[in-house]
Design a binder for this molecule. Structure first.
Ligand code: NDP
Length: 287
């Protein structure tokens, strides 16, 4: 018996990275999944891999009609909806506040924040018919602290965290739980998604990022999509039945504090500097 036996889920951003790992885990745990994405080729391949268990639905999450159709597909194909993972996303605008445009801002908010609000909105009546449900939203550590993403992306992800809290408060009366995950640095295609980066260079950049990841946070390995999928499984399953309105940080400790809090090399270097200053001071006094 799987932890999601006979549940019906929608996963957006399902053709790659965190979304795809989540579809794979959900199916392994007994769920049937509507996998939604703009990448039709990868989505069709996913459906072919899990015939009868995965239905691919083309869905551009910046389009309200696509989101509504995706939730409806769960009811049409699998007779209902129990779980939604609002996860699709990309980096959005890389503009700073000084060169931001209204268009770039609006696009990023539509992609990362409005999409989640509408995902919750269109999932709710279907979950009410089932007597409840679980919604999980992908935020980011960029929504918690400065320095982990472009400004529009970070503001949108902060919005996802607050949206999660408020939606949880409003939907608890229907027994619908709403939670967010804040991933840290996870090895996916999101960092090399730009069409401006040639294919071979993408591979080179990916390899460099993978090599650098273990030194970037206290837990010394790269974050993988399955790390987030496991967190999503917890929040989607009955194991978290008393959990709503929370944000689960899954970041290898990246946000525990400044580097000297967890890197002994940095602390040792500081101690060496202090010792050198003390020795120089004493030498000056004695001289
Ligand atoms: P991936 O690029 O691997 O997967 C994202 C998927 O979403 C891709 O298949 C992408 O398609 C799709 N997508 C992009 N735009 C849309 C759209 N408008 N409608 C529907 N689907 C779309 O990235 P991740 O798995 O890393 O990202 C998943 C989520 O995790 C995102 O919300 C991201 O912000 C978040 N996140 C990721 C972190 C990381 O370190 N990887 C850290 C924190 C948060 P295509 O490839 O064609 O663009």
């Amino acid at each position: 018996m799987g932890r999601l036996q006979d549940k019906v889920a929608v996963v957006t951003g399902a053709s790659s990275g965190i979304g795809m790992a989540t579809v794979e885990l959900f199916v392994a745990e007994g769920a049937r999944v509507v996998a939604a994405d703009i990448n039709d080729a990868a989505g069709a391949a996913l459906q072919a891999r899990y015939q009868g268990f995965v239905h691919f639905q083309h869905c551009d999450v910046t389009q309200e009609a696509d989101i509504a159709a995706t939730m409806a597909a769960a009811a049409d194909r699998f007779d209902g909806l129990d779980i939604v993972f609002n996860n699709a996303g990309a980096g959005g605008s890389i503009n700073t506040i000084e060169d931001m445009t209204g268009e770039a801002w609006d696009f990023t908010m539509a992609l990362l924040l409005r999409s989640v609000a509408l995902g919750i909105r269109y999932a709710t009546p279907l979950m009410q018919k089932r007597g409840g449900g679980a919604i999980v939203n992908t935020a980011s550590i960029a929504g918690l602290e400065a320095g982990y993403g472009p400004i529009a992306y970070s503001v949108a992800k902060a919005g996802v965290i607050q949206l999660t809290t408020l939606a949880a408060a409003q939907l608890a009366r229907h027994d619908i739980r709403v939670n967010a995950i804040c991933p840290g640095f996870i090895q996916t295609g999101i960092f090399t998604a730009s069409d401006l980066i040639p294919g071979p260079l993408k591979e080179q950049i990916k390899a460099e990022m993978r090599a650098a990841a273990p030194a970037a946070q206290p837990l010394k390995r790269a974050g993988e999509p399955i790390d987030i999928a496991e967190a999503c499984l917890y929040l989607a399953s009955d194991a978290s039945r008393f959990v709503t309105g929370t944000k689960l940080v899954v970041d290898g400790g990246m946000t525990v504090g400044p580097r000297q809090a967890w890197d002994p090399e940095v602390r040792a270097e500081r101690a060496r500097m202090m010792e050198a200053r003390r020795a120089a001071y004493e030498a000056g006094v004695k001289g």
